[in-house]
Design a protein around this ligand. Structure first.
Ligand SMILES: Nc1ncnc2c1ncn2[C@@H]1O[C@H](COP(=O)(O)OP(=O)(O)OP(=O)(O)O)[C@@H](O)[C@H]1O
Ligand SMILES: [Mg+2]
Length: 437
């Protein structure tokens, strides 16, 4: 709203400026007309024809007539001279660029004045009254020899051509400035709106994260508290197996919390790029095999299975053992977590060689993701908000971490997915050539 106001203000200010300038220019043109009138009148009066011997003979009335005929501006200035005078007058008021047409007319007793001189396009120019301006005519006082003021008998018309162009020209600077300011204001406006939206999104994400985290921690804390209560019980205190059972629970829950805290810490460390990677030649197939074995139990529980198609002939990359294992772990963990309830999990992990590269595919038959989710899965704290996902726990850090690790190993990661069908994560890493014999 205020942006619109500012723009409107600018426009109206410019418009006023144009009107003002136009007035100024018109006034100047009027001035020119006045200057010319004064000049030419003076010029006409100055001139006295040389004394004529026949003066006495010619009847006074005729003489006056003769004199006035010879003493017209028309008779005394040719076209170019008149033009020069007009140009000079224009220069004097600072309108030297102005184009113009002019006409010199003589007064006659009849309804039409007689045209004495006329510039080439005068007729045409006089028809366009919109872009051209015609100041009041300059009347040139007749000098017919009499001492008293006589009525004017010659008129000079000037038509200023396209005078608005001159106005515009003198205003281009301010117009440009106005446009520039407006652009800056618009840009600032959009940056502000963009930042605001981003902030809002970040706020939502943070909120989600905090909700998630409290939820995640509440369960182990409650469990530990219950276990401690049970330990205080006399009956349990005397029973060794029960003692170790409850302390086992406490230990387990404690480890779970510890893992969660570590995951958060890890993510923020990667963010700040504080992590030092210890890159060594690593056989990727071994890591994948290890993780697959680890998940075997979980998979069997859901009557699912993992299919390994590790066909790459070269699986050696330079990688940090710990972080790379975490990476694979996260991907497999997601595939198990985001599986469909009633369908046995089928996780396919395959490897392939491309020139200079190792390509890994993690394909699942889980719930899949929408296009929007696919775009955002690698964002920190992002979790899809759909349906039964709420009972699956997580912080939305896993894939963000996976991406960070991939990038710090000069790799790339992308996701392909169909909602309801499954997802495939495709990773590419440069092969380690230095270790090859
Ligand atoms: N294999 C998958 N199939 C379907 N959706 C997935 C899959 N992997 C990830 N997602 C979606 O992407 C979101 C982000 O995943 P990510 O691993 O980053 O976080 P998380 O699993 O929710 O939590 P965390 O891994 O930090 O415990 C998930 O919440 C889920 O909506
Ligand atoms: Mg995850």
């Amino acid at each position: 709203m205020s942006l619109l106001g500012i723009i409107l203000l600018q426009v109206s200010w410019l418009k006023n400026n144009v009107i003002l300038r136009e007035d100024q220019v018109r006034q100047k043109i009027d001035n020119v007309s006045n200057i010319l009138r004064d000049e030419l009148t003076q010029y006409k009066m100055q001139f006295l024809p040389p004394a004529n011997d026949a003066l006495g003979i010619i009847p006074p009335l005729r003489m006056a007539n003769e004199l006035s005929k010879r003493n017209t501006i028309h008779a005394r200035l040719n076209q170019t001279e008149l033009n020069d005078r007009i140009q000079k007058a224009l220069n004097r008021v600072g309108l030297s660029d102005l184009k113009y047409e002019f006409a010199l007319l003589a007064k006659t007793p009849g309804p039409f004045d007689q045209v004495e001189k006329q510039s080439f396009n005068f007729e045409k120019a006089s028809q366009d009254t919109v872009s051209n301006y015609r100041p009041p005519m300059a009347a040139i006082i007749a000098n017919n020899g009499s001492s008293f003021e006589s009525p004017p008998d010659e008129f000079l018309y000037i038509i200023a051509l396209d005078y608005k162009k001159i106005v515009m020209k003198s205003l281009t600077g301010s117009i440009m400035l106005a446009i520039l300011f407006t652009l800056v204001i618009i840009a600032a406006f959009f940056v502000t709106v963009y930042t605001m939206l981003r902030q809002k999104k970040l706020g939502e994400i943070k909120n989600d994260f905090i909700n998630n985290m409290t939820h995640e921690f509440k369960t182990p804390i409650a469990t530990i508290s219950l276990a401690v209560d049970a330990l205080k019980n006399e009956k349990v205190l005397s029973d060794k197996t029960k003692m170790s059972y409850f302390s086992g629970i406490i230990k387990e829950e404690n480890q779970r919390m510890n893992k969660q805290v570590e995951a958060i810490l890890k993510a923020s460390q990667f963010e700040k790029q504080e992590v030092e990677l210890d890159k060594e030649p690593l056989h990727v197939h071994e890591v994948i095999q290890l993780i697959a074995d680890k998940f075997l139990l979980q998979l069997q529980e859901k009557s699912g299975k993992a299919e390994l198609n590790l066909h790459a002939s070269n699986d050696l990359i330079k990688a940090d053992d710990v972080h790379f294992t975490n990476l694979v772990n996260n991907l497999v963990d997601n595939a198990v977590k985001y599986s469909k309830d009633n369908v046995p999990i089928l996780l396919k992990i395959s490897s392939q060689n491309a020139p200079g590269k190792l390509v890994l595919r993690f394909e699942d038959n889980g719930i899949g993701m929408s296009k929007e989710t696919q775009k955002r899965v690698f964002e920190k704290f992002y979790r899809a908000h759909t349906g039964n996902l709420h009972n699956v726990k997580g912080f939305g850090l896993g894939l963000n971490y996976v991406k960070s690790v991939t990038q710090s190993h000069s790799g790339t990661i992308k996701v392909e997915s169909t909602l309801g069908k499954g997802s495939t994560f495709i990773l590419e890493f440069p092969l380690d050539m230095s270790g090859e014999e």
